[in-house]
Design a protein around this ligand. Structure first.
Ligand code: PLP
Length: 436
């Protein structure tokens, strides 16, 4: 493949693009656990792309299903007409998500799933006549994509600060990261159920009858793998139920096997009223998301004359045929290859290997759950983020793709990773941490 030599025209997302243009990292192809760069180097994918290539790269079962589908039905809308694959996929998701989640609304990304989930929550209460219930509670350090609902309920200052004014009627729980009490926890940290009790403060502030939904990631991924403390999600569920507030789980990362169970909800034994999905749904082959809702929420919209539209929301590509074909083929692989529980099988090696890095320079915390891991580094005085960015570049030079957020290194490999590849990932990281 020819290397493009003019890197100026592409306005890159979430990138240090001036640095990139000086030392481009261009990926030309991929297979299984590896990318190949335009100059022919193999790069072990330690991040499943962006937490999304759960089935591994270029699986022929998926790429063939997509190609076949595009040859038969390239596109059909699902507005007023529809195509059968969208129903097949909705039924499949109904069968694999927690039993109370019965209908699927299709989107094209995690951001759209998050915003759709929030719109469904508000519109549900509107349909029920509780028109005062408009407040959406997110969490500090929460990431729900980049659309306006997502950044308003999300809690990442850099994603919010330049884009105001944001959505009114949003507020936040505190994040659950507590280095003082929980550093180097393995799996769920012991301390911090009290962070959930802050919902009571917000209920006191606004009145329960004004709060529509609480939206959290079961494990905050993008801000550095913040694992919920023991009892925390249960407590949130309890408070939401007691106060008639909907609980939305943004499972865009934790869905489809990342924690060693089909969904984060299964792992923690806590069931939301609405679940946002994307990424692993198609193993990232075609952009697609879904929002799962309960029968009760769905049915609240089914009112009025039958010739009228019930929910004024949707996308041109909601349930695109190629995306549905990709998702169905992906779910087949997950089930056939046992990938939805594979993170449990690998969990001990993953946890031990990751925590063995505790003696490396700069490391101030290590966190893990399922096949997610984070190594938090002490920031360089006066130059936050730089240490982790240096680690990212050094790892890439050594043939491993990691992801960094702030001064934290985040890892989330494809679920097909082999044991020796886990060892390579950690030994490379060890070398990187000693080098930077
Ligand atoms: N929600 C969560 C929890 C995510 O991690 C992400 C992306 O990382 C999103 C939403 C946004 O997804 P997308 O980038 O597909 O819009």
């Amino acid at each position: 493949m020819q290397t493009p030599n003019d890197l100026d025209a592409f306005f890159m997302p979430f990138s240090a693009s001036r640095q990139f243009r000086k030392t481009p990292r261009l990926l030309a192809s991929a297979e299984g656990m590896y990318y190949k760069t335009t100059d022919g180097r193999a790069i072990l994918d330690g991040t499943a792309g962006l937490w999304c290539v759960n089935a591994g790269h270029c699986r022929p079962e998926i790429t063939t299903a997509i190609a076949d589908q595009l040859g038969v039905l390239d596109y059909a809308p699902n507005l007023q007409v529809a195509h059968p694959l969208a129903f097949d996929l909705a039924n499949r998701l109904r069968a694999m998500t927690p039993p109370n989640l019965t209908q699927a609304f299709f989107t094209n990304s995690g951001s759209e799933s998050a915003d759709t989930a929030m719109k469904i929550a508000r519109a549900y209460f509107h349909a029920c006549g509780e028109t005062e219930r408009t407040i959406l509670i997110g969490r500090a350090r929460g990431y729900h994509g980049v659309n306006y609902g997502g950044i308003s309920a999300g809690g990442i200052p850099n994603n919010r600060s330049a884009f105001g004014p944001l959505l009114p009627d949003t507020d936040h729980l505190p994040d659950t990261h507590d280095l003082t009490r929980n550093a180097f926890s393995r799996g769920q940290p012991e301390h911090g159920i009290d962070f959930a009790d802050h919902l009571e403060v917000l209920i006191e502030k606004y009145g329960a009858e004004r709060i529509a939904a609480v939206m959290v990631e079961p494990v905050a991924g993008s801000t550095g793998v913040l694992v919920p403390p023991v009892g925390y999600l249960e407590r949130l569920r309890e408070l939401c139920t007691q106060n008639g507030i909907l609980l939305i789980f943004d499972e865009v990362i934790t869905g489809f096997g990342r924690l060693g169970t089909p969904f984060g909800s299964d792992y923690f034994g806590v069931t939301p009223d609405i679940m946002a999905l994307a990424k692993g749904l198609t193993s990232a082959t075609i952009p697609m998301g879904a929002v799962m809702v309960t029968q009760e929420i769905h049915d609240a919209f089914m009112q009025g004359p039958e010739h009228l539209i019930e929910f004024f929301h949707g996308y041109t590509y909601s349930g695109h045929p190629a995306a549905c074909a990709a998702a169905l083929a992906t779910i087949d692989i997950y089930e056939h290859d046992g990938l939805l529980t594979r993170a449990t099988e690998l969990g001990k090696q993953w946890e031990d290997g990751l925590h063995a890095l505790a003696d490396c320079p700069h490391v101030i915390d290590i966190r893990n759950i399922g096949l997610m891991g984070a190594v938090e580094l002490a920031p360089i005085y006066g130059a936050p983020v730089k240490r982790a960015f240096d680690a990212f570049r050094a790892a890439f030079d050594k043939g491993v793709l990691i992801r960094t957020t702030g001064d934290t290194i985040a890892l989330s490999p494809p679920l097909i990773i082999k044991r020796d590849e886990i060892d390579t990932l950690f030994s490379t990281l060890r070398a990187v941490l000693h080098e930077i």
